[in-house]
Design a binder for this molecule. Sequence first.
Ligand SMILES: [Fe+2]
Ligand SMILES: [Fe+2]
Length: 272
Amino acid sequence: MTTTGDRVRIAAVSDLHCTRTSRGAFQPMFQQIVGEADVLLLCGDLTDHGLPEEAQVLAHELAGVKIPMLGVFGNHDYHSGHVAEVEHILEATGLKILDGDDCEVHGVGFAGVKGFGGGFGRHTLEAWGEDAIKKFVYEAVEEALKLEKALARLHSSRRVAVLHYAPVQATVEGEPPAIFPFLGSSRLEEPINRYGVSAVFHGHAHHGSPEGKTMAGIPVYNVALSLMRQEMGDRPPFRILELPAEPSGNGAAHTACSTAAGIHSGETVTAG
Ligand SMILES: [Fe+2]
Ligand SMILES: [Fe+2]
């Protein structure tokens, strides 16, 4: 079996910021994850500068991970303008990058977007004034719409949102308040509440807080690696969440993904 019977174990970590010199740095953690989880989520800033050479190093680190892997990109992954090449290198390892896409694994639905900034609650930036401000706000609005569409396509009763930016202020608390508007946006929270997701994972706020809730009480987990190292103490620096599994006939991890453009892939992944 790939799951522990009636549970799916979801491991999540973010902000690896893999560099050219990171070879060997993440393999021990990934080996532990393979032993303890059925699905791995990587919540952005996978590379430090979005360089193909960094992606090659991370691909080497991920080579032994034979459980389904889903991820989103973070702002760092876009920095050098090679995001398509970085995605190509990482997807060759089996990691599926979600950008408004959705996947079902063991009957649990995952919807992923990078997200964007803009601030929280009544301090949310509005699309008013200069075009530059409007463009900034529209990026957040579009990311929230992509998340909504991906959630709408999921048929599973158990849904998980995978983000890089935070959808609530609670999990960026700990960072300087002056940078909260650059760490996430409440615009991401609305579809999460409306579709009643089971949990949200994000990163980006390296010095934020590990747990929060949306206005509807949905748990939100900040899984930035540096924060996990600080919070987990002697335990390995990733979070594991268990959700009820859909009964599976043969024990294999059926992964079915789709995009706004239609069915992307449906494959059976043999867990290792
Ligand atoms: Fe980061
Ligand atoms: Fe980031």
